[in-house]
Design a protein around this ligand. Structure first.
Ligand SMILES: [Fe+2]
Length: 313
């Protein structure tokens, strides 16, 4: 810990202390990458790869008006993500920097949690450098440049959301200290990756995992199967999630201010001390304290989900 930093006010400019073996495993840092995990430069994409970006962009933009949060759609316009080809991170960083002070940095793959928190805490969004192939056009488990840039970066043009993401990164220090990364990961999952928001009476999505894929934007808003429950941070951080299929449950925020205050104003010390190491609630559960917008039939999951070839809607 550097001079002047305390447990509650760490020096966020420096990589968090801790045992790298704990937070890095099982990732192996490539030899040409430093401790920040940033690639020396963004990859140069072939014309075929630029065409994959263009086709993914066109597909999502057919689907998302009326389903994506207004802030997301505004972000795609402000940052000109449809200008053709994979966006250059340098230009994107300049434009995003002028809006909210964020930048986009290229990383080779998933990066260790402590490095991820450190980048977010300093308003740098690490984006996968590679792009999926035609064979993995519809579904890819590891985040590629389309997921990271198209899914995440437009939201960073919204000032309140941009602040939330920085606070999320800062929250990583405490979660590591209490060894409660799974709980903090669950919050990320149910907000940043799969969150829904009310706009007036209409539900929309702001989650990158939904916005960057072909099926879930319809499923999360229109299907009978999933639960839709108002966000309660304590409850969400005790809830398990699935990483390789559509979600059984979505959590809904009233506004980005609501999301920001539900997290920043919270006493995480108290919360972490009260959390069990594992999750308390299954990802299908509806519990007494829930403010339920839609109680799901769970039919998609009862039919066996993705593995069984069940149709989502
Ligand atoms: Fe993501």
């Amino acid at each position: 810990m550097s001079d002047g930093a305390t447990l509650d006010q760490p020096d966020f400019a420096r990589l968090p202390d801790g045992d790298p073996a704990v937070y890095t495993a099982p990732l192996k840092r490539p030899d040409h990458i430093g401790e920040d995990w940033i690639e020396p430069q963004q990859r140069i994409y072939s014309s075929d790869e630029d065409a994959i970006w263009n086709d993914l962009y066109a597909r999502q933009m057919d689907l998302l008006p009326g389903r994506a949060a207004s802030a997301f759609l505004a972000g795609t316009q402000k940052l000109g993500l449809g200008r053709g080809g994979v966006p250059a991170f340098a230009r994107l960083s300049e434009e995003l920097g002028a809006l909210t002070g964020w930048s986009v940095v290229p990383v080779p793959m998933l990066i260790p949690d402590h490095v991820f928190f450190w980048h977010l805490a300093n308003r740098r969004f690490p984006a996968g450098n590679f792009i999926r192939t035609r064979e993995t056009f519809d579904y890819i488990q590891e985040p590629d440049v389309f997921h990271d840039v198209f899914g995440h970066v437009p939201m960073l043009a919204d000032p309140t959301y941009a602040d939330y993401m920085q606070e999320y990164g800062r929250a990583g220090w405490k979660a590591m200290r209490y060894n409660r990364l799974k709980a903090l990961g669950s919050l990320y999952w149910y907000t940043v990756e799969f969150g829904l928001i009310l706009e007036g009476k209409d539900l929309r999505t702001y989650g990158a995992g939904i916005l960057s894929g072909p099926a879930e934007a319809v499923f999360c808003l229109e299907a009978q199967s999933p639960n839709r429950i108002m966000l309660n941070v304590d409850r969400v951080m005790r809830t398990d999630y699935v990483i390789d299929d559509l979600q059984p449950t979505y959590f809904v925020i009233e506004s980005f201010q609501d999301l920001y205050h539900q997290t920043v104003d919270r006493d995480f010390d108290r919360l972490y001390r009260s959390l069990a190491p594992g999750f308390t609630y299954a990802n299908t559960a509806v519990i007494d304290i829930d403010d339920v917008l839609h109680r799901g039939s769970l039919e998609y999951f009862l039919r066996g989900g993705r593995g069984s070839g069940a149709s989502p809607v």
